[in-house]
Design a protein around this ligand. Structure first.
Ligand SMILES: NC(=O)c1ccc[n+]([C@@H]2O[C@H](COP(=O)([O-])OP(=O)(O)OC[C@H]3O[C@@H](n4cnc5c(N)ncnc54)[C@H](OP(=O)(O)O)[C@@H]3O)[C@@H](O)[C@H]2O)c1
Length: 338
């Protein structure tokens, strides 16, 4: 079997190598999975760049989103059987409840991830794949959809008629849009082009704001909500000043990503803005196995399908990463493992 390895974090895509291995054997409580598809995104580029909040083990198999077929199970495995279609959880030890430091072992940084043909995981690190989804679609869920679900539900599920604002048309944001519509919310999305605005409307966005044309776009959110602001804001980009100016009093900003941080994009947040927002600012770290099981029920009940941008074959992972780096896509970038 073949696996990609990140021998030198910090060198970007050039730090990847491919190695041959013997197929692993599952031990007690473990499951051998043949990966059929995986997914890539901005998070993987951060890992390759060596710029990630968690430690990166040199030589690790990168990639944290994958789905496949159970090939063999070790002693005492009760949750799955050979032939089952499963997806892996990004934090295999985070089963339920709030995130704790001891749950921080993560696929593709501290433990071997999904850019491989076969992997061995504990049975608790796997969830079933909804029947109507292909492996490619199932691989789109473990990071982006679980994060969107946590961002949208842990601080209280939006009620029908609540306004949800989500930023950009990236992987996480598209799932926020889809899940918020299932909850009956009115959804506002920000994006940077008319073509993407059209696609967002086709997915159910009620209002779309061009954040490039109007950098003070929180004013538009206020005007679209009669001055009240959005009940829930999901921020996967990091323009926190604008997010805080967009949220309703007693609402919540779920803070998912900070790509606008650092020398190129940092904007200090005025403590006055933070205070007068009168809302909760909640950082979100993906989600637990319980979050994944909850969203699986919603995905199955509504036969919801993720938005897939492009599928690359397993031997073109570097090309797929370069495609992610170039930006401009719409939906998840998938690797088909055959
Ligand atoms: N906390 C977690 O557990 C977690 C999990 C997954 C991802 N993340 C983070 O969340 C972020 C998004 O991840 P992703 O996979 O969804 O990335 P992605 O698919 O690469 O999405 C990036 C999108 O961000 C939008 N964007 C860029 N600058 C923006 C700005 N100034 N205002 C609003 N939107 C802006 C763009 O939307 P348009 O093209 O529409 O302009 C772009 O498509 C990344 O920083 C990632 O590291 C965090």
């Amino acid at each position: 079997m073949k696996s990609y390895h990140l021998d030198t974090p910090g060198r970007g895509i050039a730090g990847l190598t491919v190695r041959d291995h013997a197929r692993p054997e599952p031990g007690r409580g473990q499951v051998l999975v043949r990966l059929r598809a995986s997914a890539l995104g901005y998070r993987d580029l951060m890992v390759l760049a060596g710029d990630y909040p968690l430690p990166i083990r040199p030589g690790v198999v990168p990639g944290c989103e994958g789905a496949g077929e159970v090939v063999a199970v070790g002693e005492d495995v009760v949750r799955v059987a050979p032939g089952d279609r499963v997806a892996a959880t990004v934090f295999p030890r985070w089963l339920d409840g709030p995130f704790r430091r001891e749950d921080a072992a993560q696929l593709g940084t501290t433990i071997d991830g999904m850019l491989t043909e076969y992997t061995v995981l504990g049975e608790d690190a796997l969830v079933p794949v909804a029947e109507h989804l292909s492996y490619e679609e199932a691989a789109a869920l473990p990071l982006a959809a679980v994060t969107a679900w946590n961002a949208l539900t842990t601080g209280g599920v939006p009620l029908p008629g609540d306004t949800v604002l989500t930023l950009g048309s990236g992987g996480v944001s598209l799932f926020v849009l889809q899940f918020a519509k299932l909850a009956g919310a009115r959804v506002i999305v920000t994006t940077s082009s008319a073509a993407k605005a059209e696609r967002l409307r086709a997915l159910g966005a009620d209002e779309v704001i061009d954040y490039r044309r109007n950098p003070a776009w929180s004013e538009e959110v206020r005007s679209l909500t009669g001055g009240r602001g959005a009940d829930r804001v999901v921020d996967p980009a990091g323009p926190l000043e604008q997010s805080l100016k967009s949220v309703a009093v007693r609402g919540e900003v779920a803070f998912v990503g900070y790509r606008l941080s650092g020398a190129a994009g940092a904007r200090p947040v005025d403590p006055g803005t933070l205070f007068t927002a009168g809302a909760v600012l909640r950082p979100v770290a993906t989600g637990s196995r319980a979050h994944f099981l909850e969203l699986n029920r919603a995905v199955a009940a509504h036969r919801l399908r993720p938005v897939i941008d492009r599928v690359f074959p397993f031997d073109q992972v570097p090309e797929a990463l370069a495609y992610c780096e170039a930006g401009g896509g719409f939906g998840k970038v998938i690797i088909g493992h055959g």
